[in-house]
Design a protein around this ligand. Structure first.
Ligand code: SF4
Ligand code: SF4
Length: 69
């Protein structure tokens, strides 16, 4: 079965601007805003590896796999 895209859900209110997701993302999906919080700038590059979800200490990110919306 063909794999779908991945949808990133991000809770900006919980982000403490640690930069871990940016450091671990192999696809350079994230940039930072003026407060150094993560911004999902290139969602189409996401490979669905879920490193951001697994390493974020504040559970800000959820990766929805096989998203067809
Ligand atoms: S799932 Fe992987 S590729 Fe996608 S944003 Fe997170 S770390 Fe980057
Ligand atoms: S790892 Fe989590 S808390 Fe840290 S910058 Fe990324 S989203 Fe924010």
């Amino acid at each position: 079965m063909a794999k779908g895209k991945h949808k990133l859900h991000f809770d900006r209110e919980k982000c403490k601007a640690c930069g871990i997701c940016i450091a671990f993302c192999p696809a350079n999906v994230f940039t930072v805003d003026i407060d150094y919080c993560a911004v999902i700038s290139s969602p189409d590059k996401c490979t669905g590896c879920r490193r951001c979800e697994l390493y974020c200490p504040d559970y800000c990110i959820f990766v929805e796999e096989d998203y067809y919306g």
